[in-house]
Design a protein around this ligand. Structure first.
Ligand code: ZN
Length: 484
């Protein structure tokens, strides 16, 4: 079934889901840097995601889910708070989440859930405030194993050396085994209490260094020399590189996706072994995508084009299986938290702009109002973008250059031919809508106290600068010096 709003049958499904004696457990998985169009369920031709595809086939899949930005830290803040970046205010690598802003984990904990967090990349470190509300928040990076950081980060001194290590070593890190192991240990020790588990999976993020069988999987005949190591600074990976070498890089990225999908299968098997899977809502998403020179750059945090903002979004629960569907509505990463809360029979987060997607399953009131998705990127004085993504059009406002670019996605789905909005009624209306949405988000941010500065001392900032994570010169889309 492929419809704008999913079928009326799903009403029954969620009625049943809501009437069980126990509220559903929730497993929320964020796969860092996973662009939607490299997922099989989204039409990718390689077999990158058999496990996720099965969940999608038996669940609800959102064809056009848009992140709040194109990098890790603000996207996860949006995921957890149901607020756009301009409201939660976490937009620089030195920002942490303001302490007065409620989070999904806090709400689930208040609702009687045991809250488990597992993270595997630097911007999910407790320094940035995204651990708030978790009973357990486990570091699944492997660089702590050497003793540079203790595995239990709660209470860890927020020191320069720790953060420096986090960033410098993260790109080389392989974290899937540790995630599977620590997840199993926590699930094993659960008692009779519903759980909310958030799992951040890092290995799809560059560097692209999957285990050998995955490295070979999608480019078995490659004989060249390019590798996925040191991706961000690797000068061999550039816009004019030979096509077969670029294909190899993308095959390695796809290998990381398959490797991660196989780890997702392990997480589900862990739940199955404890008998939890029958009553667990599994949500699969990503923080942002990845670009491979579609618009001249590599990585992410340079643009707001679809390759970096369009993310997978899938909801699965066994009782939804008879009602599996695809929604073509444009939805936002900020809609995920309130959807989970409604399905878990908890009150929605207060003062949020993110919506619950549950009305899309319901035919009756309140009627669903289409709303384009807002995204923003603040990466220095010269790179400041806002965008509004509708079902068939998109507008990007480059604040530094005082320029709007409009894209007709019906005949230009890859956003290659920017149209000057002047003179186009549709484009001008979209520019006005974007201005209203950004102003409203900023007003919300002022009200709720968004955008606290991270508790990072000056020496740490200097260390981050030396690693290219904080750009005081203003940054540039072509600098390559972006963080996650
Ligand atoms: Zn990320």
């Amino acid at each position: 079934m492929r419809v704008g709003a999913v079928g009326v049958g799903a009403i029954l499904a969620f009625a049943v889901l809501g009437c069980t004696r126990r509220p559903p457990n929730v497993l929320l998985i964020s796969i860092d840097s996973l662009r939607a169009d490299h997922v099989g369920a989204y039409g990718y031709t390689r077999d990158t995601t058999p496990t996720i595809d099965r969940l999608a086939a038996h669940g609800i899949r959102f064809e056009t889910a848009i992140s709040s930005t194109s990098w890790t830290l603000p996207a996860h803040a949006a995921l957890f708070t149901a607020l756009p970046d301009l409201a939660h205010g976490v937009s620089a690598p030195t920002d942490s989440l303001g302490e007065g802003i409620p989070t999904l984990a806090e709400a689930m904990k208040a609702g009687g859930y045991r809250t488990l967090g597992f993270y595997s990349g630097p911007f999910l470190h407790p320094l940035f405030g995204l651990d708030r509300g978790f009973d357990v928040y486990r570091d699944c990076t492997s660089y702590d194993a050497s003793g540079s950081l203790d595995g239990e980060t709660r209470g860890e001194k927020e020191g320069t050396r720790a953060v420096q290590r986090l960033h410098a070593r993260s790109h080389k890190d392989v974290t899937n085994p540790k995630i599977a192991e620590r997840f199993a240990a926590e699930i094993e020790s659960l008692e009779n209490q519903p759980f909310f588990a958030f799992v951040h999976m890092w290995d799809v993020h560059y560097d692209y260094i999957p285990p050998p069988e995955y490295a070979r999987m999608f480019s078995p005949d490659y004989t060249g020399t390019v590798t996925g190591e040191g991706f961000r600074m690797n000068e061999a990976v550039h816009k004019g590189m030979p096509a077969e070498d670029l294909a190899r890089i993308i095959a390695l990225y796809d290998g990381e996706i398959r490797y991660t999908d196989d780890t997702v299968a392990q997480l589900l098997a862990t739940l199955q072994s404890r008998g939890f899977l029958e009553n667990t809502l599994v949500v699969i998403t990503a923080d942002h995508g990845e670009e491979f020179f579609e618009h001249g750059g590599k990585g992410h945090r340079h643009t707001l084009f679809d390759e970096v903002t369009r993310i997978p979004l899938i909801f699965h629960h066994p009782r939804l299986t008879p009602y599996a569907a695809v929604s073509t509505q444009v939805v936002s990463i900020t809609d995920i938290a309130n959807t989970i809360l409604e399905l878990s029979r908890q009150p929605r987060l207060a003062n949020t702009t993110g919506r619950s997607l549950v009305p899309l399953w319901r035919r009756r009131s309140p009627p669903w109002q289409d709303r384009p998705a807002l995204a923003s990127l603040r990466a220095g004085a010269s790179l400041s973008l806002d965008a509004l993504r509708g079902p068939d059009a998109k507008i990007i406002h480059d604040l530094a250059r005082k320029k709007h670019s409009f894209f007709n996605l019906t005949n230009d789905p890859n956003e290659q031919r920017a149209i000057d909005p002047q003179g186009s009624r549709v484009a001008e209306a979209m520019a006005d809508a974007l201005a209203r949405r950004t102003a409203a988000a900023q007003a919300t941010g002022r009200t709720i106290g968004g955008g606290a500065r991270a508790k990072i001392d000056p020496a740490t900032l200097e260390a981050l600068r030396s690693l290219g994570y904080v750009d005081t010169s203003g940054g540039s889309p072509d600098s390559g010096g972006s963080p996650q």
